[in-house]
Design a protein around this ligand. Structure first.
Ligand code: ATP
Ligand code: MG
Length: 576
């Protein structure tokens, strides 16, 4: 590709509304442009990376025995009503009517459509197992679309669905996908972890997320330093052992805490550590119940654990007016004493006595508070978020380390949730009707490219790994008006094209400074500079974008050198 004829509209300035680096760099390097909130066009340079991502996914899915298909974006409401998700999915499901006033939605995921296909085509266990996948545009009307491709409303996803006769079969389909996902993200050259995850709204029995490690990641993950256990903090289990509640030694006392709002402020004001405080959160559920949840001062509530414990659709922090009605005070001063609602507490609170709690009045706390004596807790449970330093639930000696991650893939064992609701069954070897056991497996293609940039960049631009880079080699001719330079660069370019090496030839009539700045920004992994001075000695310069290392080769040596570096950059070993 010749730069002078290509469409690569780079930007000098960082766009004001782009918060994370991948979003900034994708806009600046002319990969994408915004159309509306969470809706983007892929320009040619960005599309090349997306297509590479898709191709890696496709090859590994095919290798694992999955078969590609393509389902429609527009889904009829009937299918979603059958599964029960038409009501349940909420506002993320974009609904619309066609000209006959029939209800439709834009598919945010495709369990319903695929289950409908399978129930109408598969009737015998002999046709199983089956795993069908597609790479397709999804629409989710996200409440807060942000970070460019990372959290869009319209985005490209690979979604796969497996169908088996029984649980063992489904487990084996799941294991194949788990391995395929590890291969995919290894092939992309990404530093990632596969972690245990909550199976959430999609439902199902177990699940793993694939997380690209990056500081800007929206997810917290913990991994054990002593064994293989790794989990999303939403999911990470904690061990509590036998907890004995210590006896109360202090009297309950009202203390004034003027203008001390946060746990840290109150603790410092009372010359205590946050561990000696208990915070009270007022929450409300989809069942219209209002509850109080107690946690040690330095702990964070895990909404997912709470939602699962209560077996409700959702739990939210209570609105201001609800907090006022229940506690008599604005948000931030709640305490358990005198509350008329059900009180739950994290298990860790069970081992505490003589602590400080909110006083249900502005700037008031109680010290010397004790459960049982001053208020009743109706249930203790694992309700908090795991943190670095917590003991591992799987091995004796390990402790958690914590990381930030970007969820690029998610696999679920669904079980029979959808096949039961939609009556998708087969006859087994005994002629008995059995519901199909399903799994579903997603990868965000655009999000993975963005995550790759999040993990691979410097202050000058992106440094995409070779397998995802739009081009493998950039040949910069420093002065296209110099015949020798132009001829040498053209020769190299033609040789590379003949070897199927994806090459961008910067033949623009621009100053070298501008060419180098663009080269850094667009981050093509291998960069050859053809300039008059080096050419006098018959040489051209190679620069590795990632390391910044430069070296000199003769014009003839350069092509085999690049060929080898490209091959090394694409090489990967299949995990067993
Ligand atoms: P998240 O927790 O980030 O909202 P999710 O758990 O809802 O994602 P899944 O339903 O598991 O997402 O979707 C499978 C994959 O699709 C995700 O792992 C992610 O890579 C991608 N994905 C999901 N939502 C988006 C989005 N809004 N924009 C881009 N990619 C997305
Ligand atoms: Mg997910």
């Amino acid at each position: 590709m010749r730069y002078s004829q290509y469409f690569l509209p780079t930007l000098k300035e960082t766009p004001a509304d782009a918060e994370v680096i991948s979003h900034q760099l994708m806009l600046r390097s002319g990969m994408i442009r915004k159309v509306a909130a969470g809706i983007y066009s892929y320009l040619p340079f960005g599309l090349r990376s997306l297509r590479k991502m898709e191709q890696i996914i496709r090859e590994e899915m095919d290798r694992a025995g999955a078969i590609e298909c393509l389902m429609p974006m527009a889904n009829p409401a009937e299918l979603w009503q059958e599964s029960g998700r038409w009501e349940k999915y909420g506002k993320e499901l974009l609904r619309f009517k066609d000209r006959k006033s029939a209800d439709f939605c834009m598919g945010p995921t495709h369990e319903e459509v695929i289950t409908d296909i399978i129930r109408n085509t598969v009737s015998s266990y002999r046709q199983l197992p089956l795993n069908l996948y597609q790479i397709q545009t999804k629409f989710r009307d996200e409440i807060r679309p942000r970070f460019g491709l990372m959290r869009g409303r319209e985005f490209v996803m690979k979604d796969a669905y497996s169908f088996d006769l029984d649980d063992d079969g489904a487990d084996s389909s799941y294991a194949k996908m788990y391995q395929a996902y590890r291969n995919i993200f290894n092939r992309c050259g990404l530093n990632f972890r596969s972690v245990e995850a909550d199976s959430g709204a999609i439902g199902g029995s177990f699940s793993h997320e694939f997380m690209v490690l990056a500081e800007s990641g929206e997810d917290g993950i913990v991994s054990c330093n002593g064994c293989e256990y790794a989990a999303n903090v939403e999911k990470a289990e904690l061990i509590y052992g036998d907890i004995v509640t210590p006896t109360a030694t202090l009297e309950l006392q009202k203390v004034d805490t003027p203008e001390q709002k946060s746990i840290e402020e109150v603790a410092e004001f009372l010359q205590l550590s946050p561990q000696q405080l208990v915070k009270t959160l007022i929450v409300q559920t989809s069942d219209d119940e209002v509850l109080a949840v107690l946690l040690r001062g330095d702990h964070e509530l895990n909404m997912i654990k709470l939602t699962n414990l209560l077996d409700v659709d959702w739990v939210l922090m209570a609105e201001e007016d609800v907090v006022k009605r229940v506690t008599g005070a604005p948000t931030g001063f709640a305490g358990p004493i005198g509350l008329k609602v059900r009180i739950l507490a994290d298990a860790e609170v069970q081992g505490m006595a003589d602590f400080v709690v909110g006083g249900n009045a502005v700037d008031v706390h109680f010290s010397g508070a004790n459960q049982g004596r001053d208020f009743e807790i109706s249930q203790f449970a694992d309700l908090r978020q795991a943190m670095a330093g917590d003991p591992c639930p799987r091995c004796d000696s390990g402790k958690f380390e914590s990381w930030r991650g970007i969820e690029v893939g998610h696999i679920f064992k669904l079980g029979i949730k959808y096949s039961e609701a939609m009556n998708a069954t087969v006859l087994d070897a005994q002629g008995k009707t059995q519901p199909l056991v399903m799994g579903c497996y997603g990868i965000g293609a655009g999000r993975t490219v963005a995550a790759a940039i999040e993990q691979n960049h410097d202050e000058n631009g992106m440094i995409l790994p070779m397998p995802l880079a739009p081009f493998q080699v950039l040949v910069t001719m420093l002065n296209p008006k110099d015949d020798q330079v132009r001829e040498a660069a053209e020769k190299l370019y033609q040789q590379l094209l003949a070897l199927n090496i994806e090459t961008l030839l910067d033949d623009r009539d621009e100053r070298p400074g501008i060419k180098f700045k663009d080269a850094d920004l667009i981050g093509i992994p291998l960069r050859v500079t053809v300039g008059a001075r080096n050419l006098k000695e018959g040489n051209v310069e190679l620069k590795i974008r990632k390391s910044g290392v430069t070296s000199m080769f003769s014009l003839d040596e350069m092509t085999p050198q690049l060929q080898q570096l490209v091959a090394e950059g694409l090489a990967f070993e299949l995990e067993k």
